[in-house]
Design a protein around this ligand. Structure first.
Ligand code: SF4
Length: 289
């Protein structure tokens, strides 16, 4: 059967034939853990490789499902490694300062949009001192297209002035110091520390990480600081940096906000998200954005 005419299930329930919905993740989860290939579906080595482990997990689930079980976390990480082995930050930058600016500009915008703006911006103002010499109003036209440009201009110029006056023109490699810069909260600090300095001080929690962590039942919280704390408890520290990038890529490519592409997702048979668009396992209505 041609791929295009295989019926899919409605987005709202995430159900298809034979799929059950559990209102509570604590209720039993009698699933095979194995997912039938759709007719005409292309082979997926990741899915095939994970099927035995998923079956083992299903046995585990039958005894009492725990979304935070170390075996389940390890399986999620292994599949992300196969999907996105080289995931990294998509913001163009050549220094810690450029990455800091790009991350501030990326709030409520897309990396693509920011990458359109920053090459010319850094040609015009090559150093931190150049930014520190500006007023926010002078910077506004250059960052206007990224949205919220007045606040972003204030943050960038304020951060530049502080980096110059307090840190000798060098972006600090320290979480507490970074958090003293205007416009810098833990998300931005984690991006700079993890991507540029390779320091795992926390997990980047943006809109993608928030959504997917809830779908995968790694957290039930909705605010970024609590989500980060939850993730730091279950994800091994050596994976914090890569995990953030992998989840962000997954959020862009498959686990998108509206109508995630579950039928093509290698995590499908270990994901019980309540807003799945296709499922071979029980869905948990509480596990969604
Ligand atoms: S199965 Fe669907 S909801 Fe779950 S992680 Fe994959 S794309 Fe996201």
């Amino acid at each position: 059967m041609a791929r295009g005419i295989v019926p899919r299930q409605p987005a709202k329930t995430g159900r298809h034939e034979g799929t059950r919905v559990s209102r509570s993740p604590k209720t039993s989860q009698k699933t095979s853990g194995l997912r039938p290939e759709r007719p005409g579906q292309r082979p997926n080595p990741t899915r095939a490789k994970g099927s035995k482990q998923a079956a083992a997990k299903s046995a585990l689930a039958g005894k009492g499902y725990n979304p935070l079980a170390s075996e389940r976390i390890a399986e999620i990480l292994a599949r992300l490694d196969q999907l996105y082995p080289d995931a990294t930050c998509a913001l163009s930058h050549k220094s810690a300062w450029e990455l800091l600016v790009a991350t501030i500009l990326s709030a409520q915008s897309t990396d693509v949009n920011v990458n359109r703006v920053t090459p010319e911006l850094f040609r015009k103002y090559p150093t931190v001192a150049d930014f520190a010499a500006l007023t926010p109003e002078q910077l506004e036209p250059d960052v206007r297209s990224t949205g919220f440009f007045r606040n972003k201009s204030k943050s960038v110029v304020g951060a530049a002035k502080r980096v110059v006056s307090e840190f000798s023109g060098e972006v600090p490699e320290d979480m507490d110091k970074l958090l003293t810069l205007p416009g810098v909260a833990r998300k931005t600090a984690n991006v700079v520390l993890g991507t540029w300095f390779r320091k795992a001080e926390g997990v980047v929690v943006d809109t993608h990480v928030t959504r997917i962590s809830r779908r995968l039942e790694l957290t039930r919280n909705t605010d970024a600081p609590k989500i980060e704390q939850d993730l730091m408890k279950v994800i091994p520290r050596e994976k914090w940096i890569l995990f953030s990038h992998q989840i962000i890529w997954h959020g862009r490519k498959l686990c998108i906000a509206r109508r995630p592409k579950c039928v093509d997702c290698a995590l499908e048979n270990i994901c019980h998200a309540g807003d799945k668009t296709w499922s071979t396992v029980e869905v948990h209505t509480s596990a969604k954005v």
